[in-house]
Write a protein that binds this ligand. Structure first.
Ligand SMILES: *[C@@H]1O[C@H](CO)[C@@H](O)[C@H](O)[C@H]1NC(C)=O
Ligand SMILES: *[C@@H]1O[C@H](CO)[C@@H](O)[C@H](O)[C@H]1NC(C)=O
Ligand SMILES: *[C@@H]1O[C@H](CO)[C@@H](O)[C@H](O)[C@H]1NC(C)=O
Ligand SMILES: *[C@@H]1O[C@H](CO)[C@@H](O)[C@H](O)[C@H]1NC(C)=O
Ligand SMILES: *[C@@H]1O[C@H](CO)[C@@H](O)[C@H](O)[C@H]1NC(C)=O
Length: 496
């Protein structure tokens, strides 16, 4: 069974705002010190909407072979299976605000589960956030912007979920929705229609797996009830999902797996943006990644986030060797805490030059890589030199800085430029020498051509964990090898 995207939404072409006829002022051949950005392609909503969206079979880029491969699309791109109308599309300030809430949630969760915290951090965190915070996994509103469609049950129902490496338990909204569900575009998953759906008993070890990353309890019938609370959703409400912990047949592209454990949510609240649920890919035992590792010969998973929101990326689950690309690898630091994929960031390059940032700045709180955070967060002591080197590089290329946009403080007015422009190259360097040479589409966040902003932000404190976000992962295959405990990066250039 293939859950393909039957519905194509033609975006009303957004008037090519501001792109005048002036020639690109930015000089520059691309080389190791510069990268190119296609201005129009970096705008959201996607200006160059593709006319058709590939299904799993049509995906090109011959990389995998062995693994199970599925299309991955941007929530707000033209291939999104969600009816992402103009009216519903969030503003850029909404996107950045949601991103900030997710980051704060990750910081609180990491703080509550690690012991390597200094006194200052301890004091500040306790004062600002202590009471409200369950040490549970998940993220605030505006979960990941990347969606995959999976099949659940027999016969398989298509369910579109947000990819999330920052939480463990997969869940979908289920019918009946005992109390309430938030609005979603697809029909609710109906367990009664699946011949393989099974409730999990609370005496099952599967039920105790939940204690690692969410909470669980027994209902009067002896069934395992999962409950995941998310951080404050920013509107004074709380986001959560509660329901039966169950297992059913999972279909990923053409491959089916029996007894996939997930939450069948019967009481769900929060602004999850019309998706049917969340695919948890964290390091906890309830996640799809770990179930694949222990039960489906799938010791690796990988995704490729498309450089353009109108393109389709992919996601792969499979044995080692599923990705036949040359990968730059860095150790996955499994001792640093639960759920997240911790890595060791060791340096930042701008224009090919390593910035003089002491190693202690990166080692203080560590770093993790996340599919659901949009803008990369750095320790303030690493962000400051990045900002100034980038600004100096932009000045040399003739760009003039303009006012900041919301939380982004280094912005440029690109009005009048057309086509490809040159930018100073930015690379993140990891333990072992792996280098993520950020693609042009991941260097600037472009709310508008008149305000294209460096897509990095400082954390509040050097003692907060750094987060490598999805902007900077664009146009890369990011591989998570659970068996070998490494994270790998392969640059795929323009598209996935
Ligand atoms: C799962 O449990 C619910 C609540 O008790 C029940 O309504 C439903 O029939 C059960 N499903 C199966 C397949 O046992
Ligand atoms: C999925 O199945 C179809 C039809 O059986 C087949 O043509 C296609 O190659 C398969 N795709 C993958 C990715 O295995
Ligand atoms: C996860 O499951 C594996 C295999 O069943 C087990 O060895 C491991 O201890 C579990 N981890 C946790 C944290 O429960
Ligand atoms: C896992 O791999 C082994 C050996 O390659 C194979 O025999 C087995 O059928 C595979 N299991 C699944 C669930 O694919
Ligand atoms: C950007 O530059 C254009 C053309 O130079 C100018 O008209 C516009 O006012 C500028 N916008 C901002 C926000 O600075």
């Amino acid at each position: 069974m293939i859950c393909c995207h039957g519905r194509l939404f033609l975006l009303l072409a957004v008037a090519a705002s501001g792109a005048g006829a002036a020639p690109a002022a930015a000089p520059g051949p691309s080389g190791s010190s510069h990268v190119e950005l296609d201005i129009m392609e970096s705008l959201l909503p996607a200006a160059g909407a593709s006319s058709s969206c590939p299904t799993s079979q049509e995906l090109k880029h011959g990389i995998p072979a062995v693994g199970t491969r599925m299309p991955l699309v941007h929530r707000h791109g033209p291939c999104s299976p969600l009816a992402d109308t103009e009216r519903r599309r969030p503003s850029h300030t909404d996107i950045l605000a949601a991103d900030q809430r997710r980051v704060e949630h990750i910081h609180r969760r990491v703080f509550h589960t690690t012991t390597t915290t200094g006194p200052r951090r301890h004091r500040r965190k306790l004062m600002s956030t202590a009471s409200a915070l369950p040490t549970l996994s998940g993220n605030g509103r505006g979960t990941s912007n990347y969606l995959v469609t999976i099949g659940l049950g027999v016969p398989a129902a298509c369910v579109t979920v947000a990819l999330d490496t920052g939480s463990d338990t997969t869940w979908v909204q289920c019918n009946p929705c005992v109390d309430y569900c938030y609005p979603q575009d697809e029909p609710l998953f109906t367990p009664a229609k699946s011949s393989t759906y099974t409730n999990i008993s609370c005496t099952s070890s599967y039920c105790s797996d939940l204690s690692y990353s969410s909470s669980s309890y027994c209902n009067r019938g002896g069934l395992c009830i999962y409950q995941i609370e998310y951080g404050d959703d920013g509107d004074g409400g709380r986001s959560f999902t509660v329901g039966y912990y169950a297992h059913d047949t999972l279909t990923l592209a053409n491959d089916s797996f029996r007894e996939f454990r997930f939450g069948c949510g019967e009481k769900n609240s929060g602004l999850f943006g019309h998706v049917s649920g969340v695919m948890g890919l964290g390091r906890g035992n309830t996640s799809l990644a770990m179930q694949a590792y222990y039960g489906m010969n799938g010791s690796v998973f990988a995704y490729c986030l498309p450089g353009k929101d109108s393109d389709t990326g992919f996601m792969v689950f499979g044995p080692p060797g599923s990705i036949d690309a040359s990968l730059d690898e860095t150790p996955m630091l499994t001792g640093d805490g639960p759920t997240f994929y911790y890595v060791r960031l060791t340096g930042i390059k701008v224009g090919g030059h390593l910035l003089p940032i002491p190693a202690s700045v990166f080692s203080a709180a560590g770093a993790l890589i996340d599919s659901g955070t949009t803008i990369t967060r750095l320790p303030p002591s690493a962000y400051a030199p990045l900002r100034s080197a980038f600004a100096a590089g932009m000045a040399r290329l003739g760009y003039r800085e303009t006012s900041g946009f919301y939380s982004l403080d280094t912005c440029y007015n690109l009005t009048g430029l057309k086509g490809k422009v040159a930018l100073p190259a930015v690379s993140l360097v990891f333990q072992g020498g792996a280098s993520l040479d950020v693609h042009g589409s991941g260097i600037l966040y472009v709310p508008d051509v008149s305000q294209a902003c460096l897509a990095f932000q400082p954390n509040e404190d050097d003692a907060d964990v750094a987060i490598v976000g999805s902007m900077q992962q664009k146009s890369y295959i990011v591989l998570y090898d659970i068996g070998r405990k490494v994270v790998g990066f392969a640059n795929v250039g323009v598209g996935c």
